[in-house]
Write a protein that binds this ligand. Structure first.
Ligand SMILES: [Zn+2]
Length: 218
């Protein structure tokens, strides 16, 4: 279907105020210009030590309701283009992102079953933009989610969350990461159990250290 017919059949609306939005640019398709001004980033730090040396995020999942709404649509309504909306937010944190020191970017992988359901990995979309801003490459297929577990969102208790992520990752290329510092990228972190487990896998495979960046902290 051509893009033009597509937009006639499926006109787009701002997810926040429901006014009609233009087809271009993609960053304004799901959030209008006025509502974009409400999506304010704040560079913040959280501790997922000792596995992760430094951890950063730009939205508070509980306070920044609009960011939450957008992330939810990206993940659970499968609206891939919402990643373009966040590109603007990441762009506004260009200075802070470029200040970080690392060798490679690695998005937290989805299990292939979940990837098939969703059609894309949201962490990979965020990672791509960070790679563009920092001019530091993404390491593709460096870590794999080898075991399918229920989503962390459904696991409420902290201990159960840690258990739910234990040994789920596997490093696929030990040579590439030996002695390197890797920036792990994900959409949302809560207890950090997934990020920490992923970092643990990378470090036991020989990575020197791991940093993390998520859009939001819950
Ligand atoms: Zn709006």
């Amino acid at each position: 279907m051509s893009k033009k017919i597509d937009s006639l059949l499926f006109p787009s609306f701002c997810i926040n105020c429901k006014t009609g939005t233009p087809e271009e640019p993609p960053s304004l398709r799901w959030l209008c210009l006025n509502c974009h001004k409400l999506l304010i980033t704040r560079w913040q730090k959280v501790s997922f030590k000792p596995e992760i040396t430094e951890s950063y995020y730009i939205f508070d999942y509980q306070k920044d309701k609009l960011a939450k709404k957008l992330i939810h649509s990206l993940k659970y309504d499968f609206v891939k283009e919402i990643a373009d909306t966040f590109y603007v937010s990441l762009e506004s944190e260009r200075f802070n992102l470029r200040r970080l020191t690392f060798d490679f970017i690695a998005p937290v992988p989805l299990h292939k079953r979940r990837l098939k359901e969703r059609g894309f990995n949201q962490s990979e979309l965020i990672a791509k933009k960070i790679a563009e801003i920092t001019e530091i490459p993404i390491l593709d297929n460096i870590v794999k989610r080898k075991i399918y577990r229920r989503p962390q969102m459904e696991v409420k208790n902290r201990e159960a969350r840690i258990k739910n992520t234990q040994n789920i990752f596997e490093c696929l290329d030990v040579e590439k990461i030996k002695g390197k510092t890797i920036l792990l990228v994900d959409d949302v972190a809560t207890t950090g159990a997934t990020l920490k487990e992923c970092a643990r896998t990378l470090k036991s495979a020989g990575a020197h250290s791991v940093l993390s960046f998520t859009l939001a902290q819950d």
